[in-house]
Design a binder for this molecule. Structure first.
Ligand SMILES: Nc1nc2c(ncn2[C@@H]2O[C@H](COP(=O)(O)OP(=O)(O)OP(=O)(O)O)[C@@H](O)[C@H]2O)c(=O)[nH]1
Ligand SMILES: [Mg+2]
Length: 338
């Protein structure tokens, strides 16, 4: 198990706990220093759906049957994922004055706070809650990354999406200015569990928590410039979060193709054998697009989007690059870089 994966704390192995009682659990959780990502927002905004779809491969349509969360649900994903952190899914309408929740302790160990707003609903109440939540958390820990998911945008037209994000952005920042919290920075994302936008947004949230990101980006830049390929992603296989990519702009289509490829490879591995150190897959889409997936560690894979025809010569050349000692990140665990 890759217990010493990325993250700014190395956690102890924890038992896979399902639901837990707040007071006791929170103090226990504070005993380890795994970075924490909190999911907060009003009831039915989509927090549990996000956590289930991204980290537990739940099909989006099944989230219709999720019950309302009534206790903090802590999900330690480090045993099945490269990235070493916990996701805490909160009940909607948390009461900051409830003495059983020690928010001071919770926010102190938090790396990112994701506030989910249902964009298909009236968001005025959510904005009030967002302000209360982030201002309280910021006073306790100003180093938290504050992320706002303008969620369920699948039901909105493109124009409506942009306008909703702009309006939420404007109102939330006005509220912060009025409260003298102009140094509190909020990042906004348009998300839906019905497409890849939720994985993209989560990737960006997670990347901010990876101190080695510039090194990884640099290595991927060197890799693509030496091999002449279009785009390379380093993926956390379980969640399809990309831990790093080269610095050329991310085109959603390349990302989606690489995500779909991971699904295909994992499905085939499940049927015909384990996904292991030597796993390698090449999918030729048409004459100009080739996808290439190379296992790096048990939890990490390098996905490459190639827009030239992959001849045998070119394939040998790519494989040489992948095995080159000049590309340690692609040729063993990136932990050696830390
Ligand atoms: N259209 C759409 N519906 C979504 C999306 N995400 C979640 N939902 C639906 O929103 C409803 C509420 O989802 P939950 O994940 O239970 O919401 P929650 O924020 O965890 O709610 P509480 O636990 O009560 O706080 C479910 O019916 C989901 O199917 C989305 O991206 N688009
Ligand atoms: Mg929930």
């Amino acid at each position: 198990m890759c217990k010493d994966g990325f993250g700014y704390g190395v956690g102890e192995e924890e038992e896979d706990e399902e639901e837990e009682d707040s007071e006791e659990d929170i103090s226990a959780a504070n005993d380890n220093d795994q970075p924490r990502i909190l999911l907060l927002g009003l009831r039915r905004s989509g927090k549990s759906s996000i956590q289930k779809v991204v980290f537990h491969k739940m099909p989006p349509s099944e989230t219709l049957f999720l019950e309302s969360t009534n206790k903090i649900y802590k999900d330690d994903i480090s045993s099945s994922s490269f990235v070493n952190f916990q996701i805490w899914d909160f009940p909607g309408q948390v009461d900051f004055f409830d003495p059983t929740f020690d928010y001071e302790m919770i926010f102190r160990g938090t790396g990112a706070l994701i506030f989910v707003i249902d964009a298909q609903d009236d968001y005025m109440e959510a904005l009030g809650r967002l302000h209360l939540t982030v201002s309280r958390a910021y006073r306790i820990n100003p180093h938290i990354n504050f992320e706002v998911f303008v969620h369920k945008v699948d039901g909105l037209s493109d124009d409506h999406k942009i306008e909703t994000q702009r309006d939420i952005h404007q109102r939330a920042n006005d509220d912060l200015m009025d409260a003298g919290l102009d140094r509190l920075h909020l990042s906004f994302y348009l998300t839906s569990i019905y497409d890849h936008s939720i994985f993209e947004a989560f990737s960006k949230v997670v990347q901010k928590l990876i101190p080695q990101l510039p090194t990884l980006e640099n290595l991927l830049n060197i890799f693509i410039s030496n091999s002449g390929i279009e785009k390379a992603f380093l993926f956390d296989v379980l969640s399809k979060i990309y831990v790093a990519t080269d610095s050329s702009p991310v085109d959603m289509q390349s990302y989606e193709l690489c995500c779909d490829m991971i699904d295909v490879v994992i499905d085939i591995s499940c049927i015909y054998g384990a996904y292991d150190d030597d796993s390698l897959a090449i999918i030729k889409m048409n004459n100009t697009t080739v996808l290439y997936l190379k296992e790096v560690t048990k939890f990490l894979a390098l996905a490459i989007h190639e827009v030239f025809e992959l001849t045998q010569v070119r394939r040998n050349c790519l494989e040489d690059h992948l095995d080159s000692p000049k590309a340690p990140v692609l040729n063993g665990t990136p932990r050696g870089l830390v």
